[in-house]
Design a protein around this ligand. Structure first.
Ligand SMILES: *Cc1c(COP(=O)(O)O)cnc(C)c1O
Length: 356
């Protein structure tokens, strides 16, 4: 058994997937299960498939190639708009990519021509969040490109919210997406299969009953993994918020002054630290650090434990007010947010354990 460890309760995860799939189904919405938050872990992907996600989606080609090998028949979507250098791989291993650049579509088209195949795309529309996507004025050029790219099949339109600009999904914005999709249908003379109305943050529209009826797909990760909606700044009722936690081991416990003593320079990351004087306090060092996890995304289980800071390999805690006795070798648990989950699942130093 090795620490640090990210422990995932598969029953709680399964229940989250099941309940999101169910509400979406009642609203004629299918789900692309987004695996990138846990680095496309095979057990997690299998749970998404068996609970009714009709697609799996990931932002990284390496994750998608692994998924393709394990699940030859599942529909796979590349979430990050493609790098030109990965086009030969996405054409071979995935069924659909999210795209925003006409140049990229032309490159996909010529790659498909030379391989004598076709590739599906969804055109991303930027409705204000200012990450990827076309603006309204870019539609004519997009339509021209689609019409002259016979090996690229436009199967839908999609949008992101809350990824860069923090823009929230709304009925109005999703109606704009539907209209963009209708403009494409008219322009290319073909119906679109998917109106992909966003991610976890769009679930709130279903709950409030104001999701436009044309929206028929969402791409969901965070709600499954954490039961939260970071963009909407809320926990999602009826989902488990305790699917996973971090476990790490204590390597030092000592009562020490709360202020560093000596002449003060910068810390290991070039910042000049400032600490209030709270007298002597019981401190613990936990063997986990910035190489393992984004520290600001952690929240210790149990009361009276406070995160003081961290270096590459050490997490410093004030445990003066904690009621239980802790020792060297004690395991502490931490709740994780999306950023902590992402960093933990991509650190080679962290073991991921799917339990239950
Ligand atoms: C990560 C991602 C998602 C999933 O977002 P969640 O908030 O985790 O549900 C959906 N779409 C795209 C394009 C993404 O990059």
């Amino acid at each position: 058994m090795a620490w640090p460890r990210l422990v995932i309760n598969q029953h709680k995860l399964r229940n989250n997937v099941r309940s999101v799939v169910k509400v979406c189904k009642e609203n004629s919405i299918t789900i692309a299960g987004v695996t990138k938050g846990l680095c496309a872990h095979p057990i997690i992907a299998e749970i998404m498939i068996s609970e009714g996600c009709s697609w799996l989606a990931d932002s990284r080609m390496t994750n998608l190639i692994q998924l393709r090998t394990l699940f030859p028949d599942v529909s796979l979507m590349l979430l990050r708009i493609p790098m030109p250098s990965e086009i030969p791989f996405l054409v071979r291993y995935t069924d659909c990519s999210l795209v925003s650049m006409p140049q990229t579509i032309k490159m996909i088209n010529s790659c498909c021509e030379s391989l004598n195949c076709r590739h599906g795309i969804m055109v991303m529309c930027d409705l204000g969040d200012l990450r990827e996507g076309i603006l309204a004025e870019d539609m004519p050029e997009m339509l021209e490109t689609l019409k002259s790219s016979p090996n690229v099949e436009c199967i839908g339109v999609g949008v992101n919210f809350g990824c860069f600009g923090g823009v929230l999904p709304s009925e109005d914005k999703l109606s704009d997406l539907v209209n963009a999709g209708k403009a494409i249908e008219e322009g290319i003379g073909k119906k679109l299969t998917f109106f992909s109305g966003g991610a976890t943050s769009s679930l709130s529209l279903i709950e409030k009953g104001n999701m436009p009826p044309e929206i028929n797909q969402l791409r969901i990760g965070e709600a499954f993994f954490l039961g939260t909606d970071t963009t909407g700044m809320r926990t999602i009722p009826s989902l488990n918020q305790d699917v996973m936690h971090l476990e790490a081991e204590i390597v030092e416990i000592r009562r020490k002054p709360s202020r560093p003593f000596g002449k003060i320079g910068a810390d290991a990351f070039g910042n000049i630290p400032v600490f209030p004087d709270r007298g002597n306090r019981l401190r613990a060092i936990v063997a986990v650090g910035k190489q393992d996890v984004r520290i600001s995304g952690l929240c210790p289980f149990g009361s009276g434990i406070e995160i003081l800071g961290a270096s590459s390999d050490h997490l410093l805690l004030d445990i003066e007010d904690h009621h239980e006795e802790l020792n060297v070798g004690s395991i502490l648990k931490f709740a994780v947010d999306y950023s902590a989950m992402l960093s933990l699942s991509t650190s080679p130093y962290v073991e991921v354990e799917v339990a239950g």
